[in-house]
Every structure is written in C-alpha cells, then in structure tokens.
Ligand binder design. Structure first.
Ligand code: SF4
Ligand code: SF4
Length: 217
C-alpha cells in the first residue's frame, strides 16, 4: 500500500487561496487505512475549511481513486454538484491525485491534501514498514526475501559495508544492518556461498521513469 500523511493545515489553506467552492475526494483503500483520506478525515477537513470561510460543495470516496473506472463512476455520480466547484481537493497518494486530474473532464483545478511517503507493508500492530522501492529487477530470490535496495541505508548490493557495528547500521544505530539479516538467513539455509558472488552494478534503466505496462488481456 502507499503511505500518505496529510499536509499541514496551513499549507492546505494556502494552496486554496482564491478558491471558495471546494469538492473533496478521498480514497477508500490506502488513504483510509492511513487515516488521511477516509470518511472521518474528510469530515474533519470539511469542518476546518468551513471555519476558514470556504464552502465544501460535496465529497466522494472512490474505493481506489488510482483506478480510472472507479474514479469515473464517482465523478459521474457527482457531476451536478461538481458544476458548483472551483477546485477538487484530493486526499490520496500522488497516483490518486493524478488519476482524478486525468479523469475529470470538466478541467477543474485538482490539488492534493497529502504527501505520499512510500510503499509499505503493514504489520499486525498497524505500523507501516517500507520494504520495496519498486526497482524493476527484484533480487529477493537471491537475498532470502530481504530487500537490500530498500532496507540497506545505502542500497548496497554487495554488503555489508565497513560501517556495520554489532549488527546495526552505521547510518541508523536503531536499525539492523540489512546485510547482516541477509547473512543470518543464508547461514540458516547453509547458503553462505551466495555471498561470494560479486554483483555487478544494478541496472537502474529498469526503473527509469515514467514506466508503463500495457493492459493485461
Ligand atoms: S529488489 Fe527490493 S526494491 Fe527491487 S523489486 Fe525487489 S523488493 Fe522491490
Ligand atoms: S551498515 Fe549495513 S544497512 Fe547500513 S549502510 Fe552498511 S551495509 Fe547498508
């Protein structure tokens, strides 16, 4: 899932300078889980904007605004109320915001109320952990399921570096060194020979932006 945080109120209000009528869009998936773009958060934003003298003319929460079909469905349902809006303020990740912009045919100004932080897995306590940088050339099969690109502070493919100290990362002593974790997993499976392999520099052409994958038929 994509982790978001709401922008500071002052920044949101500043971005709305010159606009009075606002339509809010949330996200029923990631931003609802992050408590940045669900029903409660949009209701709070509405109250806050109204206190600032703005009018919230309507709101909707597509289950996933990054999916055009779902965004379009909500935009169609709200087409009448959208004629009163000057701006659409989206509480979702950058994917959701740009998808709303791409699918809103009325050409309204589309603004974001969130900062997108990273892709993460959520543990059973509700903490979000960055685990993958979407590098386009996954090495997890060679590192026992631990991603050095993301979990090593330097993204090293041939670790550990000389700074590792008692299994901790030199750049963050609260954090386990990713390469020590990989070492321990390989050791458990009697595969330490894998560490003799010197990996060539990563081919970052595979993560060149913007990437596109055609529709699956
Ligand atoms: S190597 Fe790491 S960053 Fe790359 S795809 Fe695999 S998990 Fe993601
Ligand atoms: S100590 Fe480990 S995690 Fe930290 S930068 Fe060096 S190799 Fe990477």
């Amino acid at each position: 899932m994509i982790i978001t945080e709401q922008k500071p109120v002052k920044e949101i209000i500043n971005s709305l300078k010159g606009f009075h009528n606002i339509f809010l869009v949330g996200c029923g998936e990631c931003a609802t889980t992050c408590k940045t773009g669900g029903k409660d958060e949009l209701t709070r934003v509405k109250e806050l904007l109204e206190k600032e003298g703005k009018a919230v003319v309507g709101m909707c929460i597509p289950s996933a605004p990054c999916v055009a079909v779902q965004t379009n469905q909500e935009i169609r349902k709200n087409s009448l109320v959208l004629t009163k809006a000057e701006v659409i303020l989206v509480f979702a990740c950058g994917l959701g915001v740009q998808s709303v912009k791409d699918n809103d045919k009325s050409g309204l100004v589309v603004l974001t109320g969130c900062n997108s932080l990273f892709g993460a897995a959520m543990d059973r306590y509700g903490n979000f952990h960055e685990k993958c940088s979407l590098c386009g050339d996954c090495v997890l099969n060679l590192t026992e399921g631990i991603c050095p690109v993301t979990l090593c502070s330097k993204g090293l493919l041939n670790g550990p570096c000389g700074g590792v100290n008692n299994g901790k990362c030199e750049l963050d002593t609260d954090k386990d060194c990713a390469w020590i974790l990989i070492y321990r997993e390989l050791e458990k499976r009697n595969k330490l020979d894998a560490l003799r392999l010197i990996w060539p520099p990563k081919d970052f052409k595979k993560s060149g932006k913007p990437r596109k994958v055609g529709a699956v038929k």
